[in-house]
Design a binder for this molecule. Structure first.
Ligand SMILES: [Zn+2]
Length: 460
C-alpha cells in the first residue's frame, strides 16, 4: 500500500442520508460524482449519536465509555448536579492527527468539534465547536492572524442559533460556511499536508432551526412559510463549495465525506423528570407551581431514587447509598431498579394512547470500558424522534411540544453519511457502515498502524 497517499476528509455535521443520497442527489453533482465513483452508504453513529462525543469517537476509534464522554455535559463527581462540559482536554486517546504526527505525517485540521483547547500537532489546526471566537483556537497560535487576515469574519460556530431570527441566522450561516471553505481552499493550496480534515457545523444548525419549515409532517410546521427551500438551498451551496475544493485536489487524493449523525423530524418532548415524579422515583420538597427546569435544591434527596437530565436523550442517575451524598438506593437493588425502569419506559404512551417506545442503553453493557462517571442509564424516546425535557411542574402533560432549551425542528438520527472515493476503492452502495470504521480505514489507506484496539473495520 502506498504510504504517501493523501487523504482529504470533509465532515458535514448532521448530514442526513435520506436528503443527500436520495431526495437531492440529482441536484448535487459533486456529491453525486463521488458517490457514483466510490463507496457510500448510511453510517451508524455511536451511542449517544451527538456531536460530542461522536466526532471524537470517529477520530479515535474509541467508544464514548472508553473516552469517558457521554455528551456535552458529564458528571464531574457524585455530588448532585456537579457537571462539566467535555471539551478537547477531556479526550485522552490519540486522534488520527496525533497518530499521524507521531509517524512524521502532516495534518491540517479545521473545525472538528471538541478540538479546543488546541494541542500541538505536526501541521495546523483551527479548532471547532466549543471554541469561542475570542479564544486562541489555532495551532500554531500565530495561524489565527493569517486566518483572520484572509477571512476576517471567520467564526467557529453560531452558538445562539436557537434564539436568532430565521433571516439573520440564514445570513450568518452562509457567511460562516463560506468563510470556512474559503480558508480551507487557501490552506489546501498553500500549506503542506498528508491528511486534511474539514468539518462544517453549519448544516447541523440549519437542520435544527429550519427542519420544521421544510417538513409538513412536523408538529411545528407552518404552511406557506418562506423557508421551505432553505435546507435544500444550503445543500446546493455545500455542493458548490465541495466542487471548488475538489478542483484543487489532485485526482490521486482519497476523498471521504462523513457526518457524525443524521437528522429527523422532531415530534415533541418527554418530560422525564415529571414522569419520574408521577411514578414515585423522584420526590420534590414542594410543588414547583409553574413548569421549570429541575435543580438540586428542589429535590427531597432522602426520598428520591432517580433523577434525570434532558436533551436529545435522557441521562438517568440513581441516588445510590454510599455513592451519592444522600443516597437511598441500596447497591444490591440496582439491577432490579434498572429492569423495572426499562420495562415501564418501553411502554410509554402519548395522548390518544399511541405507544412511543423508550429504549434503554446501559453504559456498563454497551461500552468496552466506562471511564469517568457515566449516566446509570441512557434513554432514547421514540428512537430519538422525541427530545427529553428536564422541566417539572405546570399543567403540561408528560409529552409536550414546549422545548425547555429553545425552539428546535429536528432531532438527531442514528445514521449519518459515509462517502469514500479513492484509487482501488470498491464502488457501490453499502447497506451499513459504522462510525468506528472511519479511523481504521483512514489509517489503513495512509499505511499507518492502528494505535490501541480500535473497534471498527477497514472499509474499501
Ligand atoms: Zn453533530
Amino acid at each position: 500500500m502506498a504510504i504517501d497517499r493523501k487523504m482529504f476528509v470533509l465532515g458535514l455535521d448532521c448530514a442526513a442520508p435520506r436528503l443527500l443520497f436520495e431526495r437531492w442527489k440529482e441536484v448535487l453533482p459533486h456529491f453525486a460524482s463521488l458517490m457514483d465513483g466510490g463507496l457510500y452508504g448510511p453510517m451508524r453513529s455511536c451511542d449517544p449519536p451527538i456531536t460530542v462525543p461522536a466526532w471524537s469517537v470517529m477520530t479515535t476509534g474509541a467508544d464514548p465509555g472508553e473516552l469517558g464522554v457521554y455528551g456535552f455535559h458529564n458528571r464531574a463527581s457524585h455530588n448532585y448536579f456537579d457537571h462539566f462540559v467535555a471539551n478537547g482536554s477531556h479526550i485522552r486517546k490519540p486522534r488520527l492527527w496525533d497518530i499521524l504526527s507521531a509517524a512524521g505525517r502532516q495534518s491540517i485540521v479545521i473545525g472538528v468539534p471538541q478540538t479546543f483547547p488546541v494541542k500541538p500537532l505536526r501541521g495546523y489546526m483551527v479548532a471547532g465547536l466549543l471554541a469561542r471566537d475570542s479564544d486562541n483556537f489555532t495551532w500554531p497560535a500565530r495561524l489565527k492572524q493569517s486566518l483572520l487576515k484572509h477571512v476576517p469574519h471567520y467564526r467557529t460556530d453560531i452558538k445562539d442559533f436557537r434564539h436568532t431570527s430565521p433571516e439573520m441566522l440564514l445570513k450568518a450561516l452562509y457567511k460562516m460556511t463560506a468563510a470556512r471553505f474559503k480558508w480551507a481552499q487557501h490552506m489546501l493550496k498553500h500549506y503542506p499536508w498528508d491528511f486534511f480534515m474539514l468539518v462544517e457545523i453549519g448544516l447541523d444548525r440549519l437542520h435544527h432551526a429550519f427542519w420544521h419549515y421544510m417538513d409538513e409532517e412536523s408538529p411545528y410546521h407552518q404552511t406557506d412559510n418562506p423557508y421551505r427551500q432553505a435546507i435544500r438551498d444550503y445543500y446546493l451551496f455545500l455542493d458548490e463549495e465541495l466542487g471548488r475544493l475538489l478542483k484543487i485536489l489532485s485526482p490521486a487524493t482519497d476523498v471521504m465525506i462523513v457526518s457524525d449523525h443524521g437528522a429527523q423530524t422532531m415530534k415533541g418532548l418527554l418530560r422525564i423528570n415529571q414522569w419520574l415524579i408521577n411514578e414515585g422515583y423522584l420526590v420534590l420538597k414542594t410543588s414547583p407551581g409553574n413548569s421549570r427546569r429541575l435543580d438540586a435544591a428542589m429535590i427531597d434527596w432522602g426520598k428520591t431514587q432517580v433523577w434525570a437530565d434532558g436533551g436529545y436523550y435522557a441521562r438517568l442517575y440513581f441516588n445510590v447509598r454510599g455513592r451519592e451524598p444522600l443516597g437511598v438506593v441500596p447497591p444490591a437493588s440496582l439491577p432490579a431498579l434498572k429492569a423495572e425502569l426499562e420495562k415501564k419506559l418501553s411502554q410509554l404512551k402519548i395522548s390518544g394512547n399511541i405507544p412511543v417506545k423508550g429504549r434503554i442503553i446501559d453504559p456498563g453493557e454497551s461500552y468496552r470500558e466506562v471511564e469517568g462517571i457515566a449516566p446509570d442509564l441512557m434513554l432514547y424516546v421514540g428512537e430519538l424522534a422525541y427530545r427529553v425535557s428536564a422541566s417539572v411542574g405546570g399543567a403540561e402533560n408528560i409529552f409536550t411540544l414546549n422545548n425547555d432549551t429553545g425552539p428546535d425542528g429536528a432531532n438527531h438520527d442514528f445514521d449519518g453519511i459515509f462517502i469514500f472515493k479513492g484509487e482501488g476503492v470498491a464502488r457501490g452502495k453499502l447497506t451499513r457502515c459504522d462510525i468506528y470504521d472511519v479511523a481504521p480505514t483512514i489509517l489503513a489507506r495512509m499505511g499507518q498502524a492502528q494505535v490501541g484496539d480500535m473497534k471498527g473495520r477497514v472499509l474499501g
